[in-house]
Design a protein around this ligand. Structure first.
Ligand code: NAG
Ligand code: NAG
Ligand code: NAG
Ligand code: NAG
Length: 933
């Protein structure tokens, strides 16, 4: 093994010099390691970069990395010629003094930091003599936050060169036990798949990412500059008892509380949506899309209100109403019609939203107020202090207020204060193509309250972090840290008291016998405590003024200094070997987009040349990062070629359709009138959305309930229940054998359908129907054997090969194993072995639905599934007073109906005979239902 690695390294070296030469000939990063240790959900990451000056003269060598925003840098060290130079954390003022002194001597440049969506930049540079080496070592720490039921460790790597010794090592140790570890992100794409290894045991897990130089230059999104992307490691831990997981050591404790087996608390939520002029265009559009989706996710037990505001307030309804499907539907109509106009009266809108909630009281429920705005108050009450006071007075601690700030025109600090004063948090929504997903993602974090009035009690504890939480949501976690008085574990009694629906519940520590005394020097718990305490003091400081503010500030400062955290109150001073050359590192402020905050401050002419100001765009989006950015001209050509010649804009004309030819090997003689359809799949299934055939629904039929981990029998039983909730039905049709009309039937939403199954080859295609109004498929999964899986949803293509999962969103072609996937705006063309599947992306209103059609299938006869049904053979046996048709040997009653044909690039409505799925399909519908994708 060792020898093999050696061989690879030599090869890598050759490649590296060949590639790195053209634009990076003065220095060489010969080693770049990222080592992350996660223990008790606290991650300590060390980035080590070793660089050699290959020139015959001294050179300014730069170190430039991106670290998560929530992290605190705790250590920075350079080794020059074996000599260490440590950064020292000082108060901001002291650091500034030292800095200006150095600046006045014309010796230094500020470290440029800027803020991106999830990352901050760290840069420094140092002068290195000819043929000498420098090692940069940066350590940062962060407490993992549980969101949507998982923790995410994000590691960003952009060494700016291919590096022959490149390693990312992650070690996780969780006493509670690790339930899963998933790897995604832009560095987890197919070319890099075999560079990743993952090992997971009960309480430990390891992830190693060792790409070769070849992989670093040839992967998607890589190039001459080597890797640039994120590795995202998500995981969760075991949660057996409701009390959670409490660690005690060294006089400190950290309590992770995240019970999940609790009933959901019905919620009352009011959305206050800014529709002022500044929201116009994409922001407004994305808000509408997000609101339509969010509304459809409301639970039927929830009550909700919807207000939009500019200088005036527009209600959907003046009071809260229950989230019945009828109400949700009309609210969605309202949400779709929100138009931008006018100024921003945040005060009036928030007060009205709060009043709606306070007027409506319901025992055993949880109220939530959500504000979405993109600007500062411009009309009505505009004084921010007054607004804050007004809102605090009306809310009076009764429920949390969450403020979502859209873009950067809004004073984030104002929203932050507003939220913190009212037990909530503020979030920024980044103006980007995924803004609607950000909005929805935030909503999902608070969608399922499980507890209210959570009080964490620690008898025998002191210096506790926040202990009272107004609400606890499913998928999140409450973390409290503190000290144990006199390190007396015997007298330390933790307890959680909260309200679950209408009951008071108490959680106590399970009696696991005496804890194994861990009086280690391991200071992780202490650092978790310090980290949380500093974060919370900084928030608290925001809300205070005068002496109190100073006091809290000093407390935070002292802790930052003691634990050597670079926080907004401290700076790190880096003294370099040359003539006391100094740099100062500040933690940048949130709310300043990609701006260099210290640019030019004291930059001398000499240094300006070496400072890379005008920052390269930091990943504005953690998400966009995942999409591969490389461009393959030849594939793209192919792509375009296909689009134009094979599927020329399929307009609504059947004459047009007939003229189309399917190039390439004809798999089967095509069916006349339909382009390239194999005759054996003489069936077409066409979903149709509720609003298309609303008037045609037989009113005597009970709408079936949403299927949720039920088998079909249960589903049938449940549908005979007296008051099932309404769900969307999808209408499918089967082409008829002769010239007569197709037959059609309905399948309710949120079931998974067997589309295709090729047993001898272990090839499966399943599709999940959407439950929202517009229907269609929301996800289609293709599985080949046991180790390849392709999942297509309306946003992403997820390709899993073995242990590696890659996510794609762009239009770049994807190759993985035996599959080639080509995506355009309108369709996704997937070739796997000798199968070709086209998934049309139909746009309906603003919703997207997927529709799969085979272009080529193998000729074997033992295939099964909805996509390969034979054309229906039937005779009309009676037309009046009722229509009856004879299918197989049985007589079936049908009605005249319409279905929409989505099996082409465009959709059209056509008449069909409608009956029940069980009667029309050659086998019972249950045969085509599967449990999971
Ligand atoms: C990573 O850091 C940990 C803790 O400092 C250390 O024990 C471990 O050896 C390091 N791993 C590697 C591969 O350098
Ligand atoms: C909470 O989330 C878990 C999975 O994350 C899920 O199994 C459970 O049903 C959820 N509970 C409620 C009440 O939503
Ligand atoms: C936390 O809640 C408890 C009981 O609800 C209350 O007695 C206590 O004062 C609260 N503590 C803080 C810091 O708000
Ligand atoms: C345990 O830790 C405490 C506090 O750090 C210390 O005073 C005590 O001596 C330690 N005990 C042992 C057995 O190491």
């Amino acid at each position: 093994m060792g020898r093999m690695v050696g061989g690879l390294t030599v090869f890598g070296l050759l490649l590296a010099s060949a590639i790195a030469q053209p634009n990076q000939n003065d220095w060489d990063i010969y080693s770049f390691h990222i080592n992350s240790t996660v223990s008790n959900r606290y991650a300590t990451t060390v980035i080590t970069s070793r660089v050699a000056n290959r020139m015959q003269e001294s050179k300014e060598i730069e170190f430039h990395v991106e670290i998560p925003k929530d992290a605190f840098i705790s250590k920075f060290r350079m080794y020059i010629d074996g000599q260490p130079y440590d950064g020292v954390v000082k108060t901001k003022e002291k650091a500034q003094q030292q800095y200006t002194q150095a600046v006045s001597q014309g010796q230094s440049a500020g470290i440029v930091s800027s803020v991106g969506r999830t990352l901050e930049e760290f840069r420094t540079s140092v002068n290195v003599a000819a043929n000498k080496k420098v090692t940069f070592e940066l350590t940062y720490e962060e407490l993992m936050r549980r969101k949507h039921g998982k923790y995410e460790l994000k590691i960003h790597a952009r060494p700016m060169q291919p590096v022959r010794d490149f390693k990312i090592d992650v070690y996780m140790h969780e006493k509670a036990g690790i339930t899963f570890v998933d790897i995604k992100g832009g560095l987890s794409t197919k070319e890099l798949a075999n560079a990743i290894t993952k090992t997971q045991e009960d309480k430990e897990a390891w992830v190693h990412f060792y790409p070769t130089v070849n992989q670093q230059t040839n992967c998607d999104g890589c190039g001459e500059q080597g890797l640039d992307g994120e590795l995202i490691i998500s995981y969760d831990v075991q949660r057996d008892n409701g009390f959670g997981d409490i660690q005690k050591a060294d006089g400190y404790f950290v309590h992770h509380f995240a019970p999940s087996s609790l009933p959901r608390i019905p919620k009352n939520v009011v959305f206050v949506i800014d529709r002022s002029g500044s929201m116009s265009g994409r922001k407004m559009r994305q808000t509408r899309i997000a609101m339509v989706k969010i509304l459809s996710d409301l639970d039927e037990e929830d009550f909700f209100g919807l207000i939009t505001f500019d200088s005036e307030i527009l209600y959907w309804k003046e009071e809260l109403v229950q989230a019945t499907s009828a109400n949700v539907e009309t609210a969605q109509g309202f949400a779709r019609s929100i138009q931008d106009r006018g100024a921003t009266d945040i005060n009036a809108a928030l007060l009205e939203g709060a009043r709606m909630l306070t007027r409506y009281t319901r025992e055993g429920s949880a109220s939530i107020l959500i504000l979405l705005t993109d600007g500062d108050p411009t009309t009505g009450v505009t004084n921010r202090g007054t607004i804050q006071e007004n809102v605090r007075r009306v809310i009076a601690g009764q429920f949390p207020l969450y403020c979502l700030g859209f873009g950067f025109d809004v004073s984030f600090e104002f929203l932050q204060k507003l939220s913190l004063m009212n037990g909530g948090v503020a979030r920024r929504i980044y103006e980007d193509s995924d803004a609607d997903l950000q909005l929805k993602g935030f909503y999902e974090e608070v969608a399922n309250p499980l507890l209210t009035d959570v009080t964490m009690i620690y008898e025998g504890g002191t210096n506790l972090t926040q202990t009272n939480f107004s609400q606890y949501y499913n998928g999140s976690e409450i973390v409290v840290a503190g000290q144990i008085l006199d390190n007396n574990v015997e007298n330390f009694i933790p307890q959680v008291v909260a309200i679950s629906v209408r009951r008071k519940v108490t959680f106590t520590e399970a009696d696991t016998g005496p804890d194994p005394i861990e009086n280690t020097t391991d200071s992780v718990l202490q650092r978790v405590w310090a980290y949380l305490t500093v974060k919370q003091l900084l928030e608290k400081e925001l809300l205070l003024s005068g002496n109190e503010k100073e006091k809290v500030k000093n407390e935070a400062l002292e802790l930052s200094l003691k634990y050597s955290f670079v926080t907004p109150l401290t700076s790190m001073v880096v003294t370099k070997p040359q003539e006391g050359d100094t740099e100062v590192l500040h933690k940048p402020e949130e709310g300043k987009p990609h701006r260099n905050r210290h640019r030019g401050v004291g930059s001398t002419a000499r240094k300006q040349g070496t400072l890379m100001v005008g920052s390269s765009p930091i990943s504005r989006t953690g998400i966009a990062q995942m999409a591969p950015r490389s461009f393959h001209p030849e594939l793209s050509q192919l792509n375009r070629g296909r689009h134009s010649s094979r599927f020329p804009a399929l307009e609504d004309s059947s004459a047009h359709h007939q003229s189309q030819v399917l190039p390439g090997p004809p798999a089967h003689p095509g069916v006349a009138g339909l382009p390239g359809v194999p005759s054996s799949s003489g069936s077409w299934f066409v979903p149709i959305s509720l609003d298309d055939f609303q008037e045609e629904i037989d009113p005597t039929l009970q709408p079936p309930p949403v299927l949720d981990e039920m088998d079909y029998e249960e589903f049938l039983e449940a549908s005979s229940d007296s008051s099932p909730p309404v769900t969307v039905k999808h209408r499918f049709w089967i082409k008829s054998d002769g010239p007569s009309r197709p037959l059609c039937f309905d399948i309710p939403g949120t079931v998974v359908l067997k589309l295709f199954h090729h047993p001898s080859r272990e090839l499966y295609i399943n599709g999940e129907l959407d439950s929202v109004m517009y229907g269609g498929f929301k996800k289609i999964v293709i599985r080949v054997g046991s180790d390849q899986r392709i999942e297509v949803d309306t946003e992403w293509i997820t390709v899993q090969k073995g242990q590696t999962v890659s996510y794609y969103r762009g239009l770049d072609p994807i190759r993985s194993g035996s599959a080639t996937i080509i995506r355009t705006d309108k369709e996704i063309d997937i070739e796997v072995e000798d199968i070709r599947l086209v998934i049309y992306i139909h746009q309906k209103d603003r919703e997207v639905l997927l529709w799969p059609v085979f272009r080529q299938i193998p000729s074997e006869s033992n295939t099964d599934g909805l996509l390969v049904l034979k054309a229906a053979v039937y005779q009309i046996s009676q037309r009046v007073p009722l229509t009856k048709v004879k299918i197989n040997k049985s007589e079936v009653e049908v009605t005249d109906a319409h279905a929409i044909d989505y099996s082409l690039g465009s959709h059209r409505s056509m008449p069909c005979f409608h009956g029940s799925a069980d009667q029309i399909l050659p086998r019972p519908l249950s045969h085509f239902l599967v449990n999971q994708l």
